[in-house]
Design a protein around this ligand. Structure first.
Ligand code: GAF
Length: 396
């Protein structure tokens, strides 16, 4: 459930007896293209969306961190100085692992958790959970920005993205890459973030959707997924094994021109995993070039090819995602693909404004006819990254 900023401040004040120092807000993300390339040191092109997590944060007189959310009645608290031991003992679980993990990870990056002030954190979110829109990165980025400000750490946004990733890898237990936190922290209005996941160089790429009268439609299959279990880590391991077999430190160093050699060296499944990553990196580069030279109407075929690659080579799609993509294409979308880690979650379609309702209606009808759970469809707008929305100005 989402609340207004005023309600969030009121809730926080009722909970703690004092007003928060401020509210920090961070978006979820849609990945336009570049899937499972981030942990292979490749290229990604996500954008921040207009669904956000807000964290109301206040300082405490002691050294305790207490986290509460509007979607869960319970509060969880630890001594900041004891977070490392709690993590090692596996005591940090559930959704609180995201904000508590961020505090722990700030400590790993140099914050002295035995000296900083304790904090109360109340979290509210409009990013759907389990839909592949990175509700997790939205929590991590809002809390990271808040603690960076309140503890006067002076960390850059790039460093805060690494903090969020470390929290997710080591406290939540999901072996994810750097893409989602980067999108949430570096996103800009009407733009995508072109990130080189090896150098971490980021460039804001204007999308020009409004001028081209295009919308991005999210089709949430409502098949929930988790990156802490199963398929995601298997795919990551397959990529690492494929790179090693090719004599490369990562698949970033394998090019499209190396694929014939890959076919000779690898078994069929490993070859297809490698081919997805190698061709997806190229598709990201081609998409950036097409956006810059021709605009968003030119990227449809790249989105479609990306979906086919994830469906057939990387095998991370599911029938619901395939149906959403095919139905959107059949009803006027310029291009469509699943987005995020896969095995559930959402697909996106690039749709002329005038056809959004037609595509939505067709997708709902197709899901009903197939006997699938009704999807949730909505458009998203590429939006600004994390920011302080209440309290004094954000320190840079
Ligand atoms: C998830 C992960 F969190 C990202 O790091 C990325 O690997 C993505 O899946 C797949 O592209 O969102």
């Amino acid at each position: 459930m989402s609340t207004t900023e005023h309600d969030l401040i009121t809730n926080f004040t009722e909970l703690t007896g004092h007003a928060p120092e401020g509210i920090w807000s961070a978006p979820g993300r849609v990945n336009l293209i570049g899937e499972h390339t981030d942990y292979n040191e490749g290229f990604v092109l996500p954008f921040a969306i207009d669904r956000r997590t807000r964290a109301a944060v206040g300082l405490r007189a002691d050294g305790t961190i207490r986290v509460t959310s509007t979607f869960d009645d319970t509060s969880v608290q630890f001594e900041l100085a004891a977070l490392d031991a709690a993590r090692a003992a596996g005591e940090i679980t559930g959704w609180s692992a995201y904000p508590l993990g961020v505090a722990w990870a700030l400590g790993q990056h140099g914050a002295d958790l035995s000296r900083v002030s304790g904090v109360d954190i109340l979290i509210d979110s409009t990013v759907p959970v389990g839909a592949g829109l990175s509700s997790s990165a939205a929590i991590e980025s809002s809390v990271a920005l808040a603690l960076n400000d309140l503890w006067s750490l002076g960390f850059t946004r790039e460093k805060l993205a690494k903090v969020g990733q470390l929290a997710e890898n080591e406290v939540v237990g999901a072996p994810t890459g750097i893409m989602d936190q980067s999108a949430s922290l570096l996103g800009a209005t009407d733009s995508a973030v072109f990130l080189d996941c090896r150098s971490l160089d980021a460039e804001v790429v204007p999308l020009g959707l409004a001028k081209a009268e295009l919308s991005i439609l999210v089709m949430d299959t409502r098949v929930s997924h988790s990156h802490a279990t199963g398929g995601y880590s298997e795919r990551r391991a397959a990529c690492e094994a494929g790179a090693a077999a090719m004599g490369a430190s990562s698949l970033r160093d394998v090019n499209v021109t190396d694929l014939d050699r890959a076919k000779e060296l690898l078994d069929d499944v490993s070859y297809r995993r490698v081919r997805h990553v190698v061709t997806e990196n190229q598709r990201v580069l081609d998409t950036v070039r097409a956006l810059n030279d021709e605009g968003p109407l030119a990227i449809g075929a790249l989105l479609d090819a990306s979906h086919v690659s994830m469906r057939d080579d990387f095998e991370i799609s599911i029938p619901e995602l395939d149906l959403a993509v095919e139905t959107a294409r059949d009803n006027g979308a310029i291009g469509a693909r699943m987005t995020g880690g896969g095995f559930g979650g959402a697909a996106i379609a690039l749709v002329p404004h005038a056809l959004v309702t037609t595509v939505e209606t067709a997708v709902h009808a197709a899901f009903a006819a197939a006997g699938f759970t009704a999807p949730v469809t909505f458009t998203v707008t590429p939006s600004r990254g994390a920011e302080r929305t209440s309290g004094t100005a954000t320190k840079k």
